[in-house]
Write a protein that binds this ligand. Structure first.
Ligand SMILES: NC(=O)c1ccc[n+]([C@@H]2O[C@H](COP(=O)([O-])OP(=O)(O)OC[C@H]3O[C@@H](n4cnc5c(N)ncnc54)[C@H](O)[C@@H]3O)[C@@H](O)[C@H]2O)c1
Ligand SMILES: [Zn+2]
Ligand SMILES: [Zn+2]
Length: 367
């Protein structure tokens, strides 16, 4: 079939909105009609050429939600008409990692996905017979996509898909960091560095876990106000004195849980140093620049502080994205404040400009 899609042709150039051919789903795959798709930093990062593992031509986009229109042979967990959220982090439930129960990092299709291919090592996207690669295994800046069954989370049909799409990346990453990775305990004190989509999700996750005090730290007053809406109890302007301030307000001990959602290594260090001696846990979620290093004084660890990282917030996509969407439907997660702009596919480059200007939290493309 013919579809319209936003193609990364040349690094550093605007995406080109054009017609492509999309082949039918093969075994274990599904055809999804996209209804909504968020625009995330990772899309822009790859488009800029800064990502050393990037490739072109490719259809970008990975925060998609839509409806299953067809399934290939052997697909059992999905049916035509199902509402789905796309997963750049699949869950096969069969590989060594999935079976361990210890991680959400599924290794079933990793190698081909990293190269922009579907699991059988080919593409379903073509232009004039030439293959076009599938970015992050998702390629959701398009009217339709073909994806592996194991990379689609079936969610409640009651959820508006323009809200559900945010659970495909940033929001789930933040929520999951607090709920599934750190497993924040009720009554605890948390510090969240960064109030973008990910940090705001972490604030909401800490609240859902019953944290007593949630300090959010950011440079932007507007973003801190959004954090208040998600449950932050304290809004602090970012600066070099944050570690001392956390200690001063916790009788010199530090916070039970800290979260870093800025991608800056100096903030990661603050997150480690403001975690409580004895048991404080710093969860690193931000993606630092290539080659950057996190400096940690070993004594901070001897004193019982711990550091963990999380990809996709530790969320097991097919099991837990539907759970998170249900909590949104139950009124426990307020998604509307995150949708700052609604755009068409043709305006995808405008979404990048808005992101660069830090205008709003998320632009959502609706089809
Ligand atoms: N681990 C994952 O799977 C995963 C998934 C999605 C995003 N990410 C990463 O998470 C990070 C956050 O993503 P986002 O979409 O929320 O980004 P964002 O740019 O919208 O938000 C980052 C926030 O950090 C704030 N900030 C900058 N310097 C600060 C400082 N010194 N102290 C406190 N706050 C500061 C900014 O004002 C901004 O509000 C990025 O690095 C992104 O690449 C990781
Ligand atoms: Zn993303
Ligand atoms: Zn797996």
């Amino acid at each position: 079939m013919q579809i319209r899609a936003a193609v990364l042709e040349q690094f550093g150039e605007p995406l080109v909105i054009t017609d492509l051919d999309l082949a039918e789903p093969k075994a274990g795959e599904a055809l999804v009609r996209l209804v909504a798709c968020g625009v995330c930093h990772t899309d822009m990062y790859t488009a800029s050429g800064a990502d050393p593992s990037g490739y072109a031509p490719t259809v970008l986009g990975h925060e998609g939600a839509g409806v299953v229109e067809a399934v290939g042979p052997g697909v059992e967990s999905l049916a035509v008409g199902d509402h789905v959220v796309t997963l750049f982090s699949p869950q096969c439930r069969e590989c060594e990692h999935c079976l361990s129960g210890l991680t959400n990092i599924c290794i079933a299709i990793r190698e081909q996905q990293n190269k922009g291919y579907l699991p059988d090592g080919t593409t379903r996207l073509f232009r004039d017979g030439e293959p076009v690669r599938h970015f992050m295994g998702t390629s959701t800046f398009a009217e339709y996509t073909v994806m592996p069954e194991i990379a689609l989370a079936r969610v409640s049909k009651e959820a508006a898909l323009e809200a559900a799409c945010l659970f495909a990346c940033g929001l789930s990453t933040g929520l999951g960091a607090a709920m599934y990775r750190a497993e924040v305990r009720a009554g605890s004190t948390c510090v969240v560095f960064g109030a973008g989509m990910v940090g705001l999700g972490a604030v909401a996750g800490c609240r859902l876990q019953g944290a007593e005090r949630i300090i959010c730290v950011d440079l932007s007053g507007d973003r801190l106000e959004l954090a208040r809406g998600q449950g932050a109890t304290d809004l602090w302007q970012a600066g070099p004195e944050i570690v001392e301030r956390v200690q001063a307000e916790t009788r010199g001990f530090g916070a039970d849980y800290t979260f870093e959602a800025t991608g800056r290594v100096e903030v990661m260090r603050q997150a480690v140093e403001s975690a409580r001696m004895g048991w404080g846990l710093a969860t690193i979620v931000g993606v630092a620049g290539k080659g950057e290093q996190l400096e940690v004084i070993p004594r901070w660890l001897i004193q019982g502080r711990r550091i963990v990282g999380a990809s996709f917030g530790g969320v097991k996509g097919r099991d837990q994205v539907p759970e998170l969407v249900d909590r949104y439907l139950a009124g426990e997660i307020d998604v509307e404040p995150f949708i700052s702009h609604r755009l068409t596919l043709d305006q995808v480059n405008t979404a990048f400009e808005l992101m660069e200007a830090q205008d709003g939290i998320r632009s959502v493309i609706t089809f």
